[in-house]
Design a binder for this molecule. Structure first.
Ligand code: HEC
Length: 712
């Protein structure tokens, strides 16, 4: 209350009473006080609810939705971004990481940032917005840099960092200087801080993941939380490094999926990914805190409050893939502020937001032991007793579950029969049947939640992958330097024969010279592309030799001139490649559903409904609803609608949130692997979604499309 109000009694007294009354109602039902009609925050709000109370679009009239406007970007390809809307401006990111401001009512462009800079091959899930009085800022990233832009003009704010940008590695140790560090999920704003997610390598050579808060005005590092504790710090005993080299070879445990913050309590919730290298942990024995954990930190200072580790000593790339949801659940008539975290395994963990106490019991169950030399899988793993997983688990698949549509059933059965289907079967020389796979169950689209009634809506993949390790027999020293470099950095994904695993999304690098210029390949190596992380640490002479090899100009005489830091090549085993379990037509080799959508009541832990999600056109013609692989999340409205794109078939759909029936669907110009944004201008309700396709072998697109009831 202001001093002025006290002076002007009795008006002040009135205000004073109103203040206390409202405080009381906030305490009673804090979440209800939020408005949920705007979209100035990633995924709608800082609790990442994907939720709106706008109500012009209803179950009755949703069939009348029309395209209100569409915006065509200059560049084409995957757009994972969730737009922001502030006042009448919509902010988005294109496939080549241009940031655009668009009139949210008409779709006309207001400004664009990044046109004069080089094209980026990375993906972006969106932006962050901060304002104080007339100072309005948009935060975006390109490569290792975080930019602060004037929201009204798109110009970098020169007083922020170095002429409008900072290096995300500025809060990291010096050894991170040459490493691949980017951020493709928006930072979380808390007061005058922005807390940044980071994407790093998942292999030997990754820097240790740290959580960093930067000052939104100056760009200065305000605090740092180390997810791999330093020697002597709490948690460091969970990393049994035998040498400094092992410590150096280990990294990651970074948050890449984004965070949620409770603005009332000032607690930030940070899910962390697995430690690198992903699949061989013999150099990082122990449970590996704080990898694969949900961390609760003081958002102002970065101090530790509580954590829960969801996979101990991860050997399967079980990163929690989405930010958590802050919501209220009811227990014994009491309303409890809770935080829910979905996982790639299809589990939902639910914790008391303040204490980290699980709100459904979690059992530690004994797990299979590892067979690889030097590896020690953790003896137990946690399983929430409720809700049950929202995707089939490997143990549920039998020989009868090979896809009925597969034409090569016998060869699929052969692979299946020799694969280890036990849950958390450690990586081995024999194939492991990984279901849910590397890309979930849940993925980065995350979970929509009604923050008040405790119900979440989650889309899920049911794609099995074959996980297999190989002995890392070293390549003969007389092979050309470039070929040896390729073996050190590239074989896992692009394979020894350079043919890639195209059906799984890992392209062949044969015949590169017919389709790409050396400079382009050089940029891709440095920056990465889509799912591929970059390798800025590859030195100039290594890179030249590598390029020569890729362009079939390798020179046998060429030799390495210096010592290079170890890569996964120094480990006794290597990952044989990201291999989806597909049939000869490229369809999933297990029986459908291949993608699903669920409503789960977290008050009871029970499912309200589950439906297959998306169609395979050739099978849909025969009346079979298979569901498809899907990426991107939903938006749920208070009045009963669930809006979601995400499927490979390129539809944008509205479901009835109460029963999962489809109320409306629209075929987009390209698949929308993105979460929509809902907003209102001049009394009209809009929902906007980016559709850039490209992922999962779909056509490329370049549009952001907004829908409303009456088209412009
Ligand atoms: C972790 C897996 C992984 C590793 C390791 C990896 N790549 Fe890739 N690479 C990919 C994926 C996935 C793509 C496809 C990206 C896209 O288009 O979205 C790709 C694409 C490429 C492309 C573009 C191909 C084209 O036709 O457009 C080039 C070139 C390339 N990689 C080179 C390399 C080189 C050289 C290395 C080693 C220094 C390497 N990659 C290491 C996964 C990987």
């Amino acid at each position: 209350m202001s001093l002025k109000a006290i002076r002007f009694l009795p008006f002040g007294l009135l205000l004073y009473c109103a203040f206390f009354l409202s405080c009381e109602s906030i305490q009673k039902n804090e979440e209800n006080e939020k408005v949920y009609t705007t979209w100035s925050n990633y995924l709608g709000d800082s609790g990442r609810s994907h939720y709106s109370t706008l109500s012009q679009i209803t179950k009755e009239n949703v069939k009348d939705l029309k395209v209100a406007w569409s915006y065509k970007a200059k560049d084409w390809g995957q757009m994972q971004m969730n737009p922001l809307v502030v006042d009448s401006m919509l902010f988005g990111v294109t496939a080549a990481l241009r940031v655009v401001a668009i009139n949210a009512e008409t779709g006309s462009e207001i400004w664009q940032f990044g046109d004069s800079v080089q094209v980026w091959h990375s993906t972006s899930r969106g932006l962050s917005y901060w304002e104080k009085n007339n100072d309005k800022r948009i935060f975006c990233t390109r490569g290792p840099h975080l930019f602060a832009l004037n929201a009204l003009t798109g110009k970098p704010i020169s007083s922020f960092g170095n002429n409008g940008k900072i290096d995300l590695r500025s809060g990291m140790s010096a050894s991170a200087k040459d490493k691949f560090v980017i951020s493709n999920t928006p930072g979380t704003i808390y007061k005058d801080l922005i807390v940044m997610p980071l994407r790093v390598s998942e292999d030997v050579g990754a820097p240790p993941g740290i959580i960093m808060a930067f000052n939104v005005i100056t760009g200065d590092v305000e605090w740092v939380f180390k997810t791999i504790p330093d020697i002597g710090e709490k948690g460091s005993e969970t990393w049994q490094f035998k040498s400094d080299i092992e410590r150096e070879m280990t990294g990651a445990a970074n948050n890449w999926a984004g965070m949620a913050v409770d603005e009332k309590t000032g607690i930030i919730y940070v899910p962390t990914g697995s430690a690198a290298p992903d699949f061989y942990g013999g150099i990082r024995k122990g449970s590996n805190l704080y990898s694969n954990s949900l961390l609760a930190l003081n958002a102002q200072t970065g101090e530790y409050i509580w954590h829960f580790q969801m996979t101990h000593h991860d050997l399967w790339d079980r990163d929690p893939p989405a930010p958590p949801n802050l919501l209220i659940v009811e227990r014994d008539g009491k309303k409890i502020p809770a935080v829910a975290q979905v996982t790639k395994q299809g589990f939902v963990y639910l914790f008391d937001r303040a204490t980290g106490e699980p709100l459904f019991d979690v059992e530690e169950l004994p797990m299979p032991t590892s067979t690889l030399d030097g590896e020690q899988a953790w003896p137990t793993q946690p399983f929430p007793v409720k809700p049950k997983p929202f995707a089939r688990q490997s143990t549920e698949i039998t020989e009868n579950d090979i896809s009925p549509f597969a034409e090569n059933k016998d060869s699929l059965l052969e692979i299946f029969k020799k694969s280890d289907t036990r849950i958390n079967a450690p990586p081995a020389l024999n194939p492991v049947f990984l279901l849910p796979g590397y890309d979930g169950a849940a993925e980065w689209g995350g979970t929509a939640a009604d923050p008040n009634d405790g119900i979440i809506y989650v889309n899920s993949n049911e794609m099995a992958w074959i996980l297999q390790m190989k002995e890392n027999d070293s390549i003969a020293p007389d092979r050309p330097f470039g070929e040896r470099t390729y073996f050190k950095y590239c074989v896992t994904c692009h394979q020894e024969n350079r043919e890639g695993l195209t059906a799984s999304g890992f392209p062949s690098l044969l015949g590169l010279k017919d389709r790409l210029k050396k400079e382009d390949v050089s940029t891709i190596i440095a920056q990465g592309k889509g799912m591929m992380t970059g390798f800025p640490q590859i030195k100039k002479d290594e890179k030249n030799a590598l390029l020569k090899f890729l362009f079939n100009e390798a020179d046998k005489q060429e030799v390495a001139t210096t010592e290079y830091p170890p890569t996964s090549h120094a480990l006794p085993y290597k990952h044989a490649g990201y291999n989806k379990f597909l049939d000869s037509n490229g369809l999933p080799a297990i029986s459908p559903p291949w993608g699903t959508l669920h409503a789960i009541d977290l008050n009871s832990g029970e499912y309200i409904w589950s439906v297959p999600f998306g169609n395979t056109p050739e099978l849909n013609e025969q009346g079979i609803n298979t569901g498809t692989e899907n990426y991107g999340g939903a938006v749920v409205t208070e009045n009963g609608l669930l809006f979601i794109g995400a499927t490979r078939d390129g539809f944008f759909r509205v479901f009835d949130k109460h029963n999962g029936t489809i109320l409306w669907e629209y075929k987009l110009p390209a698949a929308a692997f993105a979460t929509p944004a809902m907003y209102e201008i001049n009394g009209k309700q809009y929902i906007a979604i980016a559709c850039g396709g490209e992922k999962l072998g779909t056509e490329k697109g370049n549009q952001i499309i907004a829908f409303s009831l009456n088209a412009n």
